[in-house]
Design a protein around this ligand. Structure first.
Ligand SMILES: *[C@@H]1O[C@H](CO)[C@@H](O)[C@H](O)[C@H]1NC(C)=O
Ligand SMILES: *[C@@H]1O[C@H](CO)[C@@H](O)[C@H](O)[C@H]1NC(C)=O
Length: 291
């Protein structure tokens, strides 16, 4: 009996190593619960919200999804749903308890990432979660809006080895792009009428990963006309297997939960197509294999 247990344990360990992607928290009693946490990063106390699946099982490697707030926004707005009433940009509901969600708090309401301080925060949170929960380390994702999109973009640039994919909603290059040469699955979403961070900037961000991922140029790809109140999503062609790029342009402004007509307004999270398209993108079969 003892021998059998050792053997089973040995095999489980071997499997974890072979998969190369399961965190140390797998197979152990979880040490992290849903709530607000404080972590010291380089001498500064930083806060984040975390949501552990309600039916968490320690032998199931989970996705980790970061939701990054906008300028002047908060982790609570992201985690609770904010003005658009959709927790974690709508992803929490659609994930249906298959992912661990994290909403860190930026300093001064943003993600200046001075000296890489916010990247270090994300590194520290990843280590903390990996130790206490069962994570599929090849299935980390980040989604953000505006400044939070800028930070997600920064992670795409310098943490493509830690994150499998990103969704950049109305982003700009606001938190740096250290490195910036590695491929990562990339979904860019932008309004043609965005007067805060214009869509040509959004196209430039996208084009870095068109290049990194080896895709064919998206220059001149069809975007909706003004007044159409629709969106057009296009998948880039020719990308390296496992590193797709999608681009969704919509007939709206600087918003996070774009919706097509006849939605009563552009900020109605209950009618947005954003979370469904992002979740489907992150769950493409080509993203489910280890990098
Ligand atoms: C959510 O997952 C549970 C199983 O864990 C399943 O029974 C249920 O149908 C799912 N709900 C949706 C909306 O997919
Ligand atoms: C878009 O924004 C950038 C950065 O603010 C600016 O340099 C550029 O001229 C703008 N482009 C258009 C078409 O408005």
């Amino acid at each position: 009996m003892h021998l059998l247990n050792s053997l089973v344990l040995g095999l489980a360990t071997l499997t974890n190593i072979a998969a190369g992607a399961n965190s140390a928290g797998c197979g152990k009693a979880p040490t992290i619960t849903t709530g607000t946490k404080t972590i010291n990063v380089g001498g500064t106390n930083r806060q984040f919200r975390i949501r552990v699946p309600s039916n968490y099982q320690n032998n199931k490697p989970y996705k980790v999804v970061y939701g990054l707030h906008w300028n002047g926004g908060t982790m609570d707005q992201v985690a609770d749903g904010g003005r658009d009433k959709w927790a974690y940009f709508g992803m929490q509901k659609i994930a249906n308890e298959t992912a661990i969600f994290v909403a860190p708090q930026g300093l001064d309401g943003g993600w200046a990432n001075s000296g890489g301080r916010d990247t270090k925060l994300i590194d520290a949170i990843n280590d903390y979660i990996d130790a206490g929960l069962c994570v599929d380390q090849g299935q980390r994702f980040s989604i953000g809006f505006s400044y939070g999109a800028g930070m997600s973009y920064s992670l795409a640039c310098n943490r493509a080895n830690k994150f499998r994919g990103v969704a950049i909603i109305a982003g700009g290059q606001l938190a740096g792009c250290e490195g910036g040469t590695s491929p990562i699955a990339y979904f860019g979403i932008h309004g043609i009428k965005d007067n805060v961070l214009n869509i040509s900037g959004g196209r430039s961000l996208r084009d870095r990963f068109i290049k990194n991922n080896g895709c064919n140029s998206m220059a001149g790809v069809k975007e909706p006309t003004s007044g159409s109140r629709i969106h057009i999503t296009t998948a880039a062609t020719g990308c390296k297997q496992g590193y797709p790029v999608r681009w969704a342009a919509h007939d709206g402004g600087h918003i996070q939960s774009a919706a097509d007509k006849p939605a009563p307004n552009e900020e109605d999270g209950t009618r947005s197509w954003v979370e469904g398209e992002v979740w489907a993108f992150w769950n493409l079969p080509e993203l489910q294999t280890p990098k």
